[in-house]
Design a protein around this ligand. Sequence first.
Ligand SMILES: Nc1nc2c(ncn2[C@@H]2O[C@H](COP(=O)(O)OP(=O)(O)OP(=O)(O)O)[C@@H](O)[C@H]2O)c(=O)[nH]1
Ligand SMILES: [Mg+2]
Length: 539
Amino acid sequence: MDQARELAAISYGIGRQVGLLIDRKGRPAHIIVGSQKGILIPELDRARLSAGRLRGLRLLHTHLAGEGLNEEDLTDMLFLRLDSVAALTVDGMAQPATLHMAHLLPPGAGDAPYDVLPPRPFDRVEEDCNALAEALEAELAREGERIDAPGKAASGREKAVLVSVATAPKAVQDASLDELAALADTAGLDVPERVVQRVSAINPKFLLGKGKLAEIEIVALRAGASLLVFDGELSPSQIRNLAEVTQLRVIDRTQLILDIFAQHAATRSGKLQVEMAQLKYLQPRLVRQDRAMSRLMGGIGGRGPGETKLEVDRRRIRERIGRIKDELKELRKRRAAARAGRARAGLPVVSLVGYTNAGKSTLLNTLTGSAVLAENRLFATLDPTSRRLRFPSDHEIILTDTVGFIRELPKELKEAFRATLEELEAADLLVAVADASHPEVEAQAAAVADILQEMELGDTPRLFVLNKWDAVSEERRWELRNLFPEAIALSAKTRDGLSELTEAVLARVRSGPGVRVGRAEGAEDASTDEGIPEPSATP
Ligand SMILES: Nc1nc2c(ncn2[C@@H]2O[C@H](COP(=O)(O)OP(=O)(O)OP(=O)(O)O)[C@@H](O)[C@H]2O)c(=O)[nH]1
Ligand SMILES: [Mg+2]
């Protein structure tokens, strides 16, 4: 009460806003003098801040024109996680008049992240600010218990908020976020919230305005998420800035994809290729080793292949890249030798290519009766696997399953997986597999065609398969037939349409230039070219 009178008097006297940041014991921690219309809160010590906690400070400040809380006041509260913010209007006699107050709300309490209380005469304010703040913290903490550790869901999975900031229309961003959500799920993240923001221009420093960023931070706070995943690729400094401002861990789509690859890499060469891609991604981001860097390294987005921890020291990264390069060169030689062996056997090579999760591995299994890992996750397959396929007519081919494609494949991965993708250069025929049941099948097929073109495989004979036909409605089937008149529609799952594919493959390899088709005599076992055993201890 006295604080309020004093504040009003000072503020009136100097004709500027004056504010107090008050701690939970009622002691003023900072006194701030603003301008006539606004007030700038100093950079606060972040020490007390952890997920689910408030700052332990409330802001009481004056408004000289009798106005209530404005956008800026609320943004400050959100951003700085103040317990509450209050504006005290000052009357013409330098006396405090009305108090406008707002405080944050626990998750699930309503649509808005905060509640603005009705204005009331300043001397009629009985709210116990501490009790309010403590109740809110208790609520946030309960939320935390339900999820056993801050940032973790009950399933033990880390929670992340997905964010799209782009100039593209909302529908385009939404479709892209759907894919990011599938990637997040595959990476082992729970996604309680997604944020789509269309902007006329991307803010080069923070992508978004500070107000919107504060909102995102609060969305994450309320959802118990400790990680923000941005769609697209962020520059090193953007990641640092965003992590600084939001006090959350920030990763981009590339890191998420790299993380999935790291988790799925099973063979020696797969692991080496992924580690190489991760190190290449990290290298330019290690200009400065700072707090944001350590945030960059923890948890999802910072895991190495297997359980190894990624190196963060620049010099050692350079050395490690050098060693991996040598080893990969060796592996490439062996692959080339295996390919040459197969070529000598005279068997035509048919490679399955396509968007990730299109059903390539399932198709390989169905066609050859094998049991290659196939699952409803993105990038289940990282290593090429080859199987022999014998046709009833006694013809034989080698069928190769490959790593799936994705639009805007991170360039680090493209480079690292060159060895794997070189397999495709040896193919006599490509079977491009698309998921007909996916709403974005057209865009996915186009992305695959683009990537093949880029890899100079545009001239290799190609068949186009619309897989998962069993999961497509009659109406949509008709649409797809019009869109892709050349396509072979089939279901790797039910085997429907399979014979059309095998006949088409047979016809192509028979007529293929320079391809000798026949029974392989003395061909070495080409069942897999990943015969290199995994050493028990990684150096
Ligand atoms: N309904 C239906 N589902 C299918 C069909 N073929 C594959 N699937 C499912 O699609 C998912 C992905 O299959 P995969 O064979 O792993 O796909 P992929 O193209 O090898 O994927 P990546 O290796 O991750 O790039 C699995 O859950 C399969 O069961 C099909 O014909 N019909
Ligand atoms: Mg696969």
